[in-house]
Design a protein around this ligand. Sequence first.
Ligand code: EPU
Length: 422
Amino acid sequence: MMAVIEIEGGVPLEGSIRVSGSKNGSLPLLAASLLCDGELVLHNVPWVVDVQVLCELLPRLGVRVRRGSNGTVRLEVEDEKPNAAPYELVDRMRASICVLGPLVARRGSARIAQPGGCSIGPRPIDIHLRALEAMGANVRRQRGEVTAKAARLKGAEIDLLGPNGPTVLGTCNTLSAAVLAEGRSVLLNAAREPEVAELASLLVSMGAKISGIGGPTLTVHGVPSLHGAKREIIPDRIEAGTYMIAAAITRGRVRLENVRWEHMGGTVDALRRIGVQVEPELFGCLVTSNRRARAVHLETAPYPGVPTDLQAPFMSLLSVAEGESSVTDTIFPSRFTHVDELNRFGANITVKKDKATIHGVRQLSGALVTGKDLRACAAMIVAGLAATPVTTIREPHHIDRGYECIEEKLSALGATIRRVED
Ligand code: EPU
C-alpha cells in the first residue's frame, strides 16, 4: 500500500501557524559538530527527514546525537576515527556532502560517496573539491567515491562562484574547512544566504575567526581548535514562503509566527507584485489576499532574490493569475518536474530551456498528480488547496524531507487535507 495526500481544495486559509526552524539552516550547523571539542547544542531544529538522515550519518562518524524536547539536539564527538559517509545515506540526501569540509579539516581525511544528480538537475560538487585542493588537500575520485586527505589544511584564496552563482553548501564546506586551516583564507563570491551567515556565526561562537559575515567576501584566520557552543536555528524562510503562497492562492488571511522578516525580501517583493498583501508583525507577518493574482515575470536569483526553492510553489500561484506570466530558474535551469503535473490540474504552462510560460486560468480542477521532489511536492499541495473538488498527490513522502507537520499546520488553517493509504 502506498500513502497519498488528499486535499479538498477551494477553501480560503484562515488563522495562525508557527514556522519551524530552517532545514537548510540546520544541516551545515549539525555537521559543524564534527569540528568541535565539547558539546554543540542546537535549538529549534526541525525534525524533518533530511535532518533525520544527517542525524543517522553523524553517529556513523563517531558523533553522539541526543534529541531533547522542543527541537533541541545535542551533539558531541566520541570517536574521531571514522571518516566515511556511505552511499546509502548520501544517496538519500545529497546535502550529506556538508560533512566533507569538517571531516577533512578536523580528521585529516574524508571518504564520501559521490552524490549523483537528482530530479532538480545535475548536482556537481567540483567547487567544493577545488576549494579543498586549493587548501592543500589531495582529492581523488574513484568508483563513485571522493577521497580527500590533508595532514593540516592551509589557508588559501578561493573563489566560490559557479556557472549559476555562488554555491551555498560549497561555501559552507569551505568555511568549515578554513576555520581550522593554518593561516588566512579569503573566500570570494561566497554565498550570502542567511543559512551560510548562521553557520559563520555559530563557528565564531565556537572560537573561529571570521570577518565579512553576510557579505560576498569572508576572511578567515585559522585556529588550532574549536570549542562547544549553543545556537538557535533560524526560522525556515522557504517554509514561510510556501505558506504565504498557499494563503495567496486560496485568497485567505494567514498569520505566520516565527518569521525573520529581513530574510523574506525577494519573496515578499514577488508576492506584492502579484497583488498579495504581506505585512510584518513583531515576530511574524500577516498575509492577506482578496483578489485574483496578477501575472508577473519571475526570475530566481541568489539571496536576497526569489529563492529557487520557492519557484515551484510560485508557479502554482501564477497558474491561476490573470494574464501571462513567466518563471525562469537561473540557479537550477531544469527544475521543472512540477510543470506537467500542474498542467494536470488544468494549468496552461509550457517550458522552453530554463523558462516556463504560464497562461493563467481561472480555476484549477482537482487531479491525480505526483510530487516528484520536495519543492515540486509543495507546489502540488499549494495547487491542491485551490483546486476543486479533490486532489490526490502521489509520493507524498518527498514533502517530509523539508516540511514539519504540514498536514497539521494546513488543517489548523481550515484546509481539508489528510494522508491516507491508497
Ligand atoms: N554548482 C556547481 N558546482 C558545485 C556546486 C554547485 O556548478 O560544486 C551549481 C549547481 O549546479 C547550481 C548552483 O551551483 O546550479 C547552485 O547550487 P548550490 O551549490 O548553491 O546548491 P546546494 O548548496 O547544493 C542549497 C540548498 C538547496 C537550494 C540551493 C540553492 C541546502 C541543503 N540545499 O543546495 O535546497 O536549492 O542551495 O539555493 O542548503 C531544497 O531545500 O529543496 C534544496 C534543494
